[in-house]
Write a protein that binds this ligand. Structure first.
Ligand code: ZN
Length: 179
């Protein structure tokens, strides 16, 4: 089920994107226990917030909710779907280095190495389990959002030195912007 089927809805009421550094971004999230209307409403709101901010993926901890759920690109371009209690069951040996952004780090793109393809399992908004093999941007996005559920941000995938340099660059940029 594609999330765009639910649009249009009003923009999120009190949902806000949590920016780095914040404790919810380094916490391990808890499994979702029930897929009900309340959860579906939360996901639709999360989706709207992601679209409003030109994101191509967002995880629940990024709005302060430490539950194992995120939104990532669907197979058909321009569509998005929700992954609940996701798992990566196998990964390719081949890795690809490519620039990656994150809504919790506005205006920062960093080159991150990710597995080229992965096998995954997750529940959808009907609570049905799906197994699929992901490639390209879908594989990259899934790995990025999966990290969020484990309290890991993309910069943690860099060496200590490169992380420090990237953070310094980002903070400088943010300062200039708010001036
Ligand atoms: Zn992110």
């Amino acid at each position: 089920m594609h999330l765009s089927f639910f649009l249009p809805i009003k923009t999120s009421r009190n949902m806000k994107i949590v920016k780095y550094p914040n404790n919810v971004l380094v916490k391990k999230s808890e499994p979702v226990t029930t897929v009900d209307d309340e959860l579906r409403e939360f996901v639709i709101e999360l989706y709207q917030l992601m679209v409003d901010n030109n994101g191509m993926g967002i995880a629940a901890p990024q709005v302060g909710k430490n539950i194992r759920l995120f939104i990532f690109p669907a197979k058909s371009i321009g569509n998005y779907q929700c992954a609940i209690n996701p798992a990566i069951t196998s990964v390719s040996d081949r890795k690809i280095l490519a620039p990656e952004g994150c809504l919790s780090f506005p205006d920062l793109n960093v080159d991150i190495k990710r597995h080229a393809s992965i096998e995954v399992r997750y529940a959808d908004l009907d609570g049905e389990y799906i197994t699929e093999t992901l490639h390209g941007i879908r594989a990259r996005c899934f790995q990025h959002e999966m990290d969020h559920l484990n309290g890991i941000v993309h910069l943690d995938r860099l060496s200590k030195t490169r992380k420090r340099v990237a953070l310094r660059k980002w903070r400088k940029k943010r300062k200039l912007k708010t001036r």
